[in-house]
Design a protein around this ligand. Structure first.
Ligand code: C5P
Length: 403
């Protein structure tokens, strides 16, 4: 089912070359089930025909304050009421300046100032225009006014230059809108998520690690942010871009991860341990590169601390969630692991289902038994996990100490 069913979105287009991408954006929103009403500025109509957007949305496109198709002659009031969100994409430098000053000299600007709903903009302009101090000042002002910003990104521009100012891709804007609508079930909760693999050095250039892309952990961090939580992501080495509003603490070894988690745990309400932590580290680790000898190589291992167990056993322990990745007998091992680690909730998956995949199939195990999530993208699984946590987690405000 679409993620935006029952959501009423007003999509505004202003006059930039990225307006052609707004047609794709309208399609993406409709595909997710949204009701989309398009409004275009006069300049936007120079770049794409209103008919294109009309055909895609199946609704008349409005462009003028003086449109008499709206019964009471007040399209700025009529169109902005009962909308859940106004999205302006692309938002030009000129339109951004208008928003800052509350100008109301065309239909779209007037709608924005008359709105009751939230406003999201996707800026799009040449890099010099984006970097101009006036634009940067305006962007800061809009952020202070509570206007949500998607992008811009960096890359090739229609003018032939390369830099910041490209409008975010339509799929990215749709994703942001979906995130934005997620219920804020964990508003204010402080959550630590561990993610990715740890790496245990053998010598200066070699080491042992676990296979883990970090995707599941990063998706959990993102779903936690979407639900209104304050998220600290303690991550082993991955090639992923962390969600921008998480506090990222990069680590390499299991002991580093352990120390970082333990130094933050007193101020944590929920701990979600997704990382693939190496159970052992090399005892006879060499600072320099080991040389090949006829005697071969013997490594000795010593056990790493179990981070999840340490957190669960700590005084005033946060609500703890573990992960179990198994290659066989998933349910048996997972039940046993939850009891051994003494945690209220464990998410189990088969490594064959999760590794090298953007999808997963979690089984959530709690005191009540097992809850299966149907196979879906990792972000969906993460949202399912967060929803389940909100059913079990009872907030008990811990004192705040300096982080
Ligand atoms: O015991 P096992 O490694 O299978 O348990 C998996 C769970 O325990 C995961 O949540 C993982 O993040 C956590 N873990 C840990 N510290 C370790 C090993 C695993 O926190 N040293």
């Amino acid at each position: 089912m679409g993620e935006l069913v029952d959501k009423r979105i007003l999509l505004g287009l202003t006059g930039g070359i990225a307006a052609y991408k707004a047609a794709d954006l309208a399609r993406g929103l409709i595909k997710e089930g949204a009701d989309v009403q398009v409004v275009m500025t006069e300049a936007a109509c120079k770049f794409v025909a209103p008919l294109t957007l009309q055909a895609l949305t199946g609704k008349p496109v409005f462009t003028s304050m003086w449109d008499d198709r709206i019964g009471n002659g007040m399209p700025h009031i009529e169109l902005s009421r009962d909308r859940d969100l106004i999205v302006v994409a692309p938002a030009t430098a000129d339109f951004i300046a208008k928003l800052v000053h509350g100008a109301a000299d065309d239909l779209l600007a007037t709608l924005c100032i008359a709105r009751k709903s939230r406003l999201m903009i996707a800026p799009a302009m040449n890099r010099q225009m984006w970097e101009n101090p006036a634009t940067q000042r305006n962007i800061r002002q809009l952020r202070d006014d509570g206007i949500f910003m998607e992008g811009p990104g960096s890359g090739d521009q229609a003018c032939g230059e390369n830099g910041m100012g490209r409008m975010s891709e339509p799929a990215q804007i749709v994703e942001s809108i979906i995130s934005w609508f997620q219920p804020k079930l964990l508003a204010g909760a402080r959550i630590i998520v561990t993610a990715g693999p740890t790496y245990e050095p053998i010598d200066a250039v070699r080491g042992i690690t676990n296979l883990s892309s970090g995707r599941m952990g990063y998706a959990v961090a993102r779903a936690a942010l979407e639900s209104g939580a304050d998220v600290t992501l303690i991550s082993g080495r991955t090639s992923l871009v962390p969600p921008s509003s998480a506090t990222l603490i990069p680590v390499v070894t299991a002991r580093e991860m352990h120390d970082q988690v333990m130094s933050h745990v007193a101020d944590t309400d929920i701990f979600i341990s997704v990382a693939a932590v190496a159970d052992y580290r090399v005892k006879n680790r060499d600072e320099h590169k080991k040389k090949k000898t006829d005697a071969g190589l013997k490594l000795e291992f010593t056990e790493n601390p179990d981070i999840l167990e340490s957190v669960a056993a700590s005084e005033n322990a946060p609500f703890c969630v573990g992960f179990a990745a198994e290659s066989r007998d998933l349910e048996t091992y997972a039940h046993e692991k939850r009891l051994r680690k003494n945690i209220p909730l464990l998410a189990a998956n088969l490594v064959q289902d999760a590794l090298n995949s953007h999808e997963n199939e979690l089984i959530l195990i709690d005191d009540e038994g097992m809850h299966r999530l149907a196979r879906s993208p990792k972000l969906d699984q993460a949202r399912g996990l967060i929803r389940h946590i909100t059913k079990l987690y009872k907030p008990s405000r811990k004192p705040v100490t300096a982080r």
